[in-house]
Design a protein around this ligand. Structure first.
Ligand code: PCA
Length: 204
């Protein structure tokens, strides 16, 4: 049995609910494909979220990492193709607002996801869920965490696969927020399960 580190995020900015938090909490301890899921919820904080995911990787020693983030306004499930070495935007939940900063001074300009993004999109569409590959994870916390995990894998643990899935808002969030497209919690969770199944099938 392999281990998957599955991360979500706490609420941030105008998003009073983060659907990724509930999904990772519900999937914690489950077995999907040949992966046992270990879940963690990360803070939306430029100073600590990178450290948090690296600590979890050290503690859990996962074979693969799948991080989830809310992309409020997107209509589809979007596995991310690439993380870039940039911190910009915000503010985060501590009020910090970086401008044109690097994440890792010695790091590459970008790292491609090492999860099977195309197989994930195909699996999602086959399961009846709208999906496409995304070519930008932005420059906020999601990109930050994706970059940190891929940088760690590239420099310290090349066998560990890693990547990121942005998901649309849940109905619960959309009701509170007012102006964003949304999916049911069940469909969002199913989409995450399908992506993990695609990862497992890709290795079989
Ligand atoms: N989405 C944000 C950060 C936390 C989250 O769930 C992002 O897309 O960067």
């Amino acid at each position: 049995m392999k281990t998957l580190l599955l991360t979500g995020f706490e609420p941030f900015l105008s998003y009073t609910v983060n659907p990724t938090m509930k999904i990772v909490e519900e999937l914690h301890g489950m077995v999907i494909g040949n992966y046992k899921i270990h879940s963690e919820v990360l803070t939306v904080d430029f100073q600590s979220s990178g450290e948090q995911i690296l600590k979890s990787i050290a503690a859990v020693q996962p074979d693969a990492v799948l991080s989830l983030g809310l992309a409020g306004g997107r209509y589809k499930m979007t596995p991310e193709r690439i993380a870039i070495n940039v911190k910009d935007g915000g503010p985060d939940n501590n009020g910090y607002k970086p401008v044109d900063e690097v994440i890792q001074a010695e790091g590459q300009a970008g790292y491609m996801a090492t999860l099977p993004v195309r197989a994930m999109v195909n699996g999602l569409v086959e399961a009846g869920l709208p999906a496409e590959v995304s070519d930008t994870a932005g420059t906020y916390l999601c990109n930050n965490v994706m970059y940190e995990a891929l940088h760690y894998a590239a420099t310290q643990r090349p066998t560990m696969k890693s990547g990121f899935l942005h998901i649309p808002a849940s109905h619960e969030l959309a009701i509170q927020h007012g102006k964003i497209p949304s999916w049911s919690h069940e469909d969002l969770k199913k989409g995450v399960v399908v992506c993990i199944e695609a990862l497992a099938a890709d290795e079989a």
